[in-house]
Design a protein around this ligand. Sequence first.
Ligand code: NAP
Length: 241
Amino acid sequence: MFAWLGLALVALVALWFVDAPYGRRARSGWGPGIPNRLAWCVMESVVLIAFYATSAAAGVTPSGPTWVMGGLLTLHYVNRAFVYPWRTRTRGKTMPLTVMLLSIGFNTVNGAFLGADLMRLNRPDAWFADPRFVVGLCVFAAGMALNWHSDGVLLRLRAPGETGYKIPRDGAFRWVTSPNLLGEIIEWAGFAILTWSLAGLTFFVWTCANLVPRARSNQRWYHEKFPDYPKQRRALIPGLW
Ligand SMILES: NC(=O)c1ccc[n+]([C@@H]2O[C@H](COP(=O)([O-])OP(=O)(O)OC[C@H]3O[C@@H](n4cnc5c(N)ncnc54)[C@H](OP(=O)(O)O)[C@@H]3O)[C@@H](O)[C@H]2O)c1
């Protein structure tokens, strides 16, 4: 798992210099295009398959806290794989096959590590009263609320049939350009705390490696595309960056 953690730092450096070619940064040269909704559904659902397969293979009866941890992961990924894609208004847009395959690889390893580590720890019921669980759960819930709300603001910007871009102004977009990404980072920080696991920490580091460069890229993109883009709006951290 330490090699996987080290690879996250390599990904961070790579993504700092090369924009991942999907969404507003989609471009040719990364393989055939897969319809957006299908790509999101396939690449995000493999986390659940890997997580539950590894958990079952551990041959351990899950404790109450382990069920809750798995439930939180499931809640996130059921939304991301089966609800979110069908709320997007990206008709006709595609994701390069290379991006989809890299995401499938990442999600498979991540799901497997989480399943194995959470079953290995299999926290006893007393974990429900541990401050790490309580604080982590609050952080996770706050991050998920921010992520879901901000994704919703973006998805409502387009009328049915539209695929262009507008300046988002509602919710936490008043302060930062990518509050959905900030919410996701907070969410997995909460998960790392509430599980107090190496797999949870590693997933948090990977999330930062993916999303911090993306937030920087989004900030540049908005300033290039919209001359009237709010000058005081930060990239990811209100008032700071
Ligand atoms: N944990 C991880 O490592 C990880 C990695 C990647 C993504 N995610 C999560 O997956 C979700 C989607 O990520 P993303 O990078 O695709 O987010 P995004 O670039 O903010 O796009 C989200 C959706 O909103 C649309 N959209 C974005 N900006 C818009 C604007 N100004 N006007 C109109 N529509 C707009 C996009 O359409 P287009 O597709 O047409 O641009 C897309 O359908 C986020 O919640 C993110 O946190 C997590």
